[in-house]
Design a binder for this molecule. Sequence first.
Ligand code: ADP
Length: 484
Amino acid sequence: MKEKIIAIDQGTSSTRAVLYDAKGKLLDAAQEEFQQFFPQEGWVEHNPELIWESVLSTLTTLTKKNNLTSSDIASIGITNQRETTIVWNRKTGEPISNAIVWQDRRTAEFCKSLSGEEKSVQEKTGLTLDPYFSATKLHWLLNNIEGAKELAINGDLLFGTVDTYLIWKLTEGRSFKTDVTNASRTMLFNIKEQEWDEDLLNLFQVPKKMLPEVCDNVHNFGFTSILGGEITIGGVAGDQQAALIGQCCFDPGEVKSTYGTGCFMIVNTGEHILTSENKLLSTIGYRINGEITYALEGSIFVAGSAVQWLRDGLNFFKDSSETESLAKDASTDSNVLVVPALTGLGAPYWDAEARGAIFGLTRDTNIADITKATLESIIFLSKDLLEAMKKDNANFNSLMVDGGMVANNWFCQQLSNILEVQVRRPKIIETTSLGAGYLAGLHAGVFENIDSLKSYKQIDETFNPLKESNRYKEWKGAVEKVLT
Ligand code: ADP
């Protein structure tokens, strides 16, 4: 039996192809960064063709290095940066412009002009009316790229998030599909009815014929011949939902929090949609065999990127891992507080114009104090998310963490202390690609069902809360000062 699985993890700054075995063990990976484009302030673009090239080249590197042919691969899984919007020509396959990336804020004014629609958009999609999601980006492309609107009306253009574009490319145009998790981030998809919403299509002036078919996360998304013989694409999910699956958060109340460049906390809310009163997003966790699981999500735009800023912007240290010893060595009576709003504040504030600040500087403040306060600030933002989830009546019974920052033990212990929950770190912190691998493996029958996946879960370390005083209250005061 073919037992190896390849997960394609198409992220915001790099693409990875990861090889897993039938027990979910990571065997090897290939990674490539690709170019980012910042044509104007607040604009962020990717070239879809460069994304595709990075996928091809990481797949080739991985398979060559491991002497793999298509007959060794049971299935391919895809996970991807969500919301990023691509429009391409159905006949020529050519994108009509660069992709507009989820971070891009060019549609902020348009969103403001729709403020009367906020409530109905939230009811249908679970999302806040924000440039973050695909709908206003797609509207922008159709109205600003010459001739696009007419071509779309004629049925000559296709819209997709990155998963859809990659499926289309991998299957040489045979499959035009997406999965429910990616669809749930477009702001065009009704998460209750689980279909494209006619009212939203009218609101954003999007012709329905340019939208892909929406499928379960475990599904036959088509086959690819790029490695010779045919391999089925058996699993697809957006990156944060893939991490939820990779962390095996299959029961209501299970939470995963990813601390990479940004931080994304998601709680499984089971078969019910929890509508947030606290500016969190209701979204689809996954749908397998037609059974839907919803989730509540909070995102913090700046997490590891604040560490990068200390390292590259302020030259405080050479390697991010040094933050651990700096934080440990910092003075215990420093009053420094950092608000890391370097690119605005995400949930629960949603204040794009807020900017960062450092409070409480004195003559003896040093690099260690500011570093420690920066790490703490990301924990305080996590505490905000947790409190918002609790207020929204989400169950909350365990916290699984992953992402680059959780290599830092001081950070994980403080996270447990301040959130007052047990924090568990898995052995594989590469949970996004693991989730895509699980989905693909489920389709191929390499894994029996989602319950069987739990037996592969390995915990590296568990952090239990220690009762220590913390400065969350004071920090909230500091945040008040930067809100616009
Ligand atoms: P992404 O997937 O978003 O590119 P990663 O999950 O690879 O991000 O995490 C990278 C981030 O984690 C970087 O911003 C880096 O500064 C931060 N990071 C890496 N190691 C540590 C550490 N030991 N302590 C704190 N931050 C760290």
